[in-house]
Design a protein around this ligand. Structure first.
Ligand code: PLP
Length: 372
């Protein structure tokens, strides 16, 4: 049996009639960027997240950058970010000219360790980006108290957490503003690039609504130095269809994750660590990330059994060549470094079949039984 890491075409197959229909309507309608579907989607996604506004943009990275710009964060300012995250979180900070300040993750969730944030706050700190990595929210309750104490903005990077909850509140409504990505592989994915900002803050929503479209509120009148970062009608129409299935698909991901957790012989001698969920969190399993010191052998074994896998991520942002000026900080982040050498993501998605899930468990257990 062959198990793909993620089968994006399966989502299209399930919704083919509905998607073909809305796409054709957009094509026939003749209006392709920022229109009716975009407006409707923004309303629907804001409501879904429990936030006052949703402003769609061209990508998740752009959403983060525009949030930082809305708060006038730039050169001389520091923004606290998790050391263990996707590069986009960090790029957003450096792209606006501010300085990313890294914090180690927690052992349990791999999200930012809130007990290590305060020691990194300086007089230049302006914001904390809480990344909800792999599908569960960061410890926002704790992070919020730090933000209040030092008067910092709390920005969510919710690119991997559409529908995730923290003590009953949805990602996207937990901080001052939040960035989402609709990259195809995300829990809510378009068939191209896309992103959004959710916020309750009138001035952030207004700034981004103008800035995303060349800084123009009225055509050919430019009130701010904006960018071109817009969602198109086709993607918005597709996202409106897929949003209706998000909860159902997240529930399916959760069912698969629970099956993996129940059936994999993990924690055997501590060599295999399965993902854990923190109190108060509803996990949406963007990724199912396990940790093992035998990663090389496991990967060979998965390859020889035709099971897809990926590593999220093999090189932490501050160790990338793009950040060579801070590569030397590496020794400050031993856990981040260890994780990048030990984590593996197993197949996860709403369209995995029960047979595929059982096969993955079986192969994993054979590996654990044989090699440990
Ligand atoms: C995908 C992702 C982004 C960036 O989203 P794009 O739409 O690809 O720009 C940002 N942060 C995290 C954590 C992500 O996973």
């Amino acid at each position: 049996m062959k198990v793909k890491f993620l089968d994006l075409s399966a989502a299209y197959s399930e919704l083919k009639t509905e998607i073909d229909d809305v796409v054709r309507k957009v094509l026939e309608n003749g209006w392709y960027i920022l229109g009716e579907n975009v407006e409707q989607f923004e309303r629907e996604f804001a409501e879904y997240c429990g936030s006052k506004y949703c402003v769609s943009v061209g990508s998740g990275l752009s959403a983060l950058e525009l949030i930082l710009k809305a708060y006038q964060i730039g050169p001389g300012d520091e923004v606290i970010v998790p050391a263990n995250t996707y590069i986009a979180t960090v790029l957003a900070v450096s792209n606006v000219g501010a300085t990313p300040v890294f914090v180690e993750p927690e052992e349990k969730t791999y999200n930012i360790d809130s007990s290590k944030i305060e020691e990194k706050v300086t007089k230049n700190t302006k914001a904390i980006i809480a990344v909800h990595l792999y599908g569960q929210t960061a410890n926002v309750r704790k992070i919020k108290t730090i933000c209040e104490k030092y008067n910092l903005r709390l920005i969510e990077d919710a690119a991997q957490a559409h529908g995730a909850e923290h003590f009953g509140k949805k990602a996207g409504s937990l901080g001052d503003s939040a960035a989402f990505s609709f990259y195809p592989g995300k829990n809510l994915g378009a068939f191209g690039d896309g992103g959004a900002v959710t916020t309750n803050d009138d001035s952030v929503a207004e700034y981004i609504r103008i800035a995303r479209n060349y800084g123009s509120e009225k055509k050919y009148y430019n009130s701010v130095k904006g960018v071109n970062s817009r969602l198109d009608e086709i993607q918005a129409a597709i996202l409106r269809v897929k949003l209706k299935y998000l909860d159902q698909w997240n529930a399916q991901r959760n069912k698969i994750a629970q099956y993996y957790i129940e059936h994999m012989n993990s924690n055997h001698k501590g060599d295999f660590i399965l993902p854990q969920c923190s109190e108060g969190n509803k996990h949406v399993w963007h990724l199912f990330v396990i940790r093992t010191i035998k990663r090389e052998k496991l990967i060979d074994y998965l390859n020889s059994h035709s099971i897809g896998w990926l590593i999220h991520y093999p090189i932490p942002p501050y160790l990338q060549v793009a950040y060579k000026e801070i590569n030397h900080l590496s020794e400050q982040f031993p856990l981040t470094n260890r994780l990048s050498n030990e984590i593996v993501s197993l197949p996860m998605g709403p369209h995995l079949t029960q047979q595929e899930v059982e096969y993955v468990c079986c192969v994993m257990n054979n590996f654990i039984g044989e090699k440990v």
